[in-house]
Design a protein around this ligand. Structure first.
Ligand SMILES: Nc1ncnc2c1ncn2[C@@H]1O[C@H](COP(=O)(O)OP(=O)(O)OP(=O)(O)O)[C@@H](O)[C@H]1O
Ligand SMILES: O=P(O)(O)OC[C@H]1O[C@H](OP(=O)(O)OP(=O)(O)O)[C@H](O)[C@@H]1O
Ligand SMILES: O=C(O)c1cccnc1
Length: 455
């Protein structure tokens, strides 16, 4: 397509694309927006070196187009919310303005980065919701879809997990790293207690012992207690034990009693084994004495949802708003340059969002309309409001301040706290209102009428 636009002399046409998704993942009520800083880095590095040009040359691309690509640099403009923001279906979460070639070339990179990280950040937030103030560790690298995990661990921390066992991701993004040991460590020694002792000697700080290799309550926990006592004599402290099989509620309660009876109240109990947000919630409801959860597969793969369904749709060409029709009214795209407005109720909780034309003045919007049924409307006059998106990238430069992942996660925490409990419910969450302005509805109607006339 890029070559086609170039050869057709359309390389200077200016366009606007919208990134949006149609459905919150996991049947939830909202989505955590993540991946923006990684996208910026990719845009800054988005060049065609001589090897890439050679490769394309062998695939038959025109030499004039390849000359253009040699000097290619993305110079478009992006508007977006802050990373960690709570966002909703159909909102033009990122808008990309630029010439038609650069804006088109960005599509797949943007979708690849934002869809995956937003999916994982949203999943992590569900785990955080279930775990409350208990610890949650990301344990998924071994089960992830290849190298996506590097971004996945970052997104998991944005969404609310405390740390990752993926040391490379921790190194690259300054995340907290954490880990215990595998069954192979325990099996490799002649007996369990020797395995525990050697581990405690090697790593007395943050020492967590895996207690289920032979028999959790008859062997693992008693041996961990012996080693904890030996550590105490040296002025050290056992951090925790890890349960990795069996009935985690039952075993954690029994283990807690055994540890407490031995005067080891400070030793934490960590659980793992195919956990997800529902099992964590159930364990807590059962009164399990678990202080922290290690979650692998379900977090890093975004189980049960394989992907966030985010798309990138053209909404304007050379100042001419465009629309894509669909048999399904929910799939009609929204024309023109737009922005998201967020309204707050008196308690500073999120009340509703609106999609409005970019040039609209907020003070002139007093009603927002259901996207499909315009007779369903909400009065937003007098409500506190703000534009959710700002210019984050322009002229090859990032304008948004670079933030540490922890700061992004703090922002996510604050924003989620402004959502009412009904929107956070896992089962049939209350649907958050995302309305359209009158001006946007009129523009959409005009384009639909124009298309009918042309038919
Ligand atoms: N009390 C509980 N309530 C709800 N779910 C639990 C409880 N205890 C464990 N689970 C979950 O039940 C599932 C048990 O899986 P599975 O039968 O494969 O484990 P296991 O046989 O104990 O362990 P493994 O196969 O690793 O030796 C896991 O997803 C685990 O997290
Ligand atoms: O949430 P999950 O997908 O279950 O990921 C975490 C699991 O991964 C590890 O087990 P694994 O069987 O890979 O090996 P190990 O226990 O022998 O180390 C770990 O012990 C957990 O059980
Ligand atoms: O640190 C651990 O115990 C760990 C890390 C990754 C996967 N399973 C366990």
């Amino acid at each position: 397509m890029a070559e086609g636009y170039f050869l057709a002399g359309r390389g200077t046409d200016s366009v606007n694309f919208d990134y949006f998704f149609r459905k919150n993942p996991f049947g939830g009520g909202f989505t955590i927006f993540a991946g923006l800083q990684d996208l910026f880095e990719m845009i800054e590095d988005f060049r065609f070196n001589s090897e890439a040009i050679d490769f394309l040359h062998k695939r038959g691309f025109h030499s004039s187009f390849l000359d253009y690509l040699k000097d290619f640099k993305f110079k478009g403009t992006l508007h977006a919310p802050q990373e960690g923001e709570v966002v909703f279906p159909n909102e033009p979460t990122i808008t990309v303005e630029g010439n038609i070639i650069e804006a088109q070339l960005l599509e797949t990179l943007l979708l690849n980065t934002i869809n995956y990280q937003s999916l994982i950040a949203t999943k992590a937030n569900r785990l955080r919701h279930s775990a409350g103030d208990r610890g949650v560790m990301e344990f998924g690298m071994r089960r992830a879809q290849g190298w996506a995990v590097i971004h996945g661990s970052r997104a998991a921390v944005i969404g609310g997990v405390d740390s990752t066992s993926n040391v490379l991701s921790a190194y690259l993004y300054g995340l907290e790293s954490s880990g215990t040991q595998a069954h192979s460590w325990i099996q490799s020694f002649k007996d369990e207690i020797t395995a525990f002792r050697v581990y405690a000697e090697t790593r007395p700080k943050n020492c967590v012992l895996l207690v289920d290799t032979y028999h959790t309550l008859n062997s693992g926990v008693p041996n961990a207690i012996v080693v904890a006592k030996e550590m105490e004599k040296k002025g050290e402290r056992l951090s925790g034990i890890r349960l990795d099989s069996g009935d985690l509620a039952y075993l954690s309660k029994k283990a807690r009693i055994m540890l407490d009876d031995a005067g080891l109240r400070g030793v934490k109990i960590i659980a793992s084994n195919q956990l997800d947000e529902y099992i964590i919630k159930s364990l807590i409801d059962q009164g399990a004495k678990i202080d922290a959860f290690g979650v692998g597969t379900s977090l890093i793969t975004g189980r049960e949802d394989g992907a966030l369904d985010g798309v990138y749709k053209l909404s304007q060409v050379n100042q001419r708003p465009t629309i894509k029709l669909s048999e399904d009214v929910y799939k009609l795209t929204l024309p023109g340059k737009k922005k998201i407005v967020r309204y707050y109720n008196g308690e500073n909780k999120l009340y509703a969002d609106a999609i409005v034309l970019a040039e609209e003045n907020l003070s002139e919007i007093d009603t927002i309309y259901h996207p499909q049924y315009a007779d369903k409307k909400s009065d937003v006059s007098g409500l506190k409001s703000e534009v959710l998106v700002s210019k984050v990238f322009e002229n090859g430069k990032v304008l948004a301040p670079k933030k540490e992942v922890r700061e992004i996660s703090e922002y996510r925490k604050y924003r989620v706290s402004q959502l009412s409990e009904e929107h956070k419910r896992f089962e049939f969450p209350h649907i958050y209102k995302v309305g359209l302005s009158d001006a946007l509805i009129k523009l959409r109607e005009k384009l639909l009428a124009d298309i009918k006339k042309k038919k």
